[in-house]
Design a binder for this molecule. Structure first.
Ligand code: ATP
Length: 292
């Protein structure tokens, strides 16, 4: 099980959406991160065979995915950003319909629908119309449809956008449980959602892959670059600007300014454990000219 991207580029006229991406993916969960316009959707659309590259190759176990066509798509699962549902369909009808679209016989489709509804904890609302579902329920139904063919390669595009914290945790647990035996590409802006489930992190900036690292390794590279300073009421706007605050955090009943800096910004500043959000802020802090 291996997906290789070789010198992959995509241009829309003169617009560079992606350039020279080299990447090999094998089993595991990959967090795909980058600011708006970085090229994430372009990359995953190519992996899903929805668009073709301008240059370069995509290979599955050494074979061109566009030449494999249906064979490749038979083990691909894709959860796009805003799935449209027929509001009048129940969850069960929708999944059975999708099973048929994927070529399952009606009996197989019914069996698979029951399994999937259970997996995403929607069995109790199987007969309810999707139009009455909450955002989180719709997202869970979205993951269920992406899993119909038990995909070896699963692509998730912003799967937790718009979900409340409880739904996000529930969703994260489902994905975590799926990560053992397949390649999962998880594209998101909600960085904490992938911190504890992804094994590797891919950072895209302006169409280029700038990082491809193991999660712990990438976070530990932030040691000595992250600071916390107690938030005092009298901090002036100028000082706030000068400190390049990445976040405000709270612990032990106190508020702290989280600062990314190569030097200790203030003698009161402490060095906390870095996290994936710090990595993101370090590389993509717009106010610092898009970080490093
Ligand atoms: P977002 O997080 O906002 O979805 P993204 O990282 O997914 O962004 P892409 O949608 O892949 O980024 O876009 C990468 C670049 O390619 C952007 O500059 C975008 O404007 C451009 N682009 C994408 N699709 C097209 C298109 N069909 N025609 C022209 N330019 C496009």
């Amino acid at each position: 099980m291996k997906l290789e991207l070789k010198n992959l580029s995509k241009f829309y006229g003169k617009v560079r959406a992606l350039e020279g991406v080299d990447l090999t993916l094998d089993k595991g969960i990959y967090a795909l991160l980058g600011p708006n316009g970085a090229g994430k959707t372009t990359l995953i659309s190519m992996i899903a065979t929805l668009i073709r590259p301008t240059a370069g190759k995509l290979l599955w176990d050494g074979r061109d995915i566009f030449e494999m066509g249906e064979e490749y798509r038979s083990f691909l699962g894709y959860m796009p950003q805003n799935i449209s549902y027929y509001k009048e369909f129940s969850a069960e009808m929708f999944l059975q319909y999708m099973c048929e679209m994927k070529g399952l016989k009606p009996r197989e489709g019914r069996g698979r629908t029951t399994e999937l509804l259970k997996l995403v904890a929607l069995e109790d609302v199987a007969k309810r119309k999707v139009g009455s579902f909450s955002g989180g329920m719709k997202q869970r139904l979205g993951i269920a449809q992406a899993l119909i063919n038990d995909p070896k390669l699963l692509i998730l595009d912003e799967p937790t956008a718009g979900l409340d914290p409880k739904e996000r945790i529930r969703f994260r647990n489902i994905i975590h449980s799926l990560g053992e035996d397949r390649i999962i590409i998880y594209c998101t802006h909600i960085v904490p959602d992938v911190e504890h489930i992804a094994g590797r992190v891919l950072l895209l900036r302006r169409g280029k892959l700038i990082k491809n690292n193991e999660m712990g390794e990438l976070i530990s590279q932030m040691q000595g670059l992250v600071w916390e300073l107690p938030l005092k009421e009298q901090v002036s706007e100028e000082r706030m600007e000068e400190l390049a605050i990445s976040n405000i955090t709270q612990h032990g009943g106190k508020l702290y300014m989280r600062i990314i800096s190569e030097e200790q910004p203030d003698e009161e500043a402490l060095a906390p454990e870095p996290c994936l959000e710090d990595v993101y802020m370090y590389f993509f802090n717009e106010s610092q000219g898009e970080g490093k």
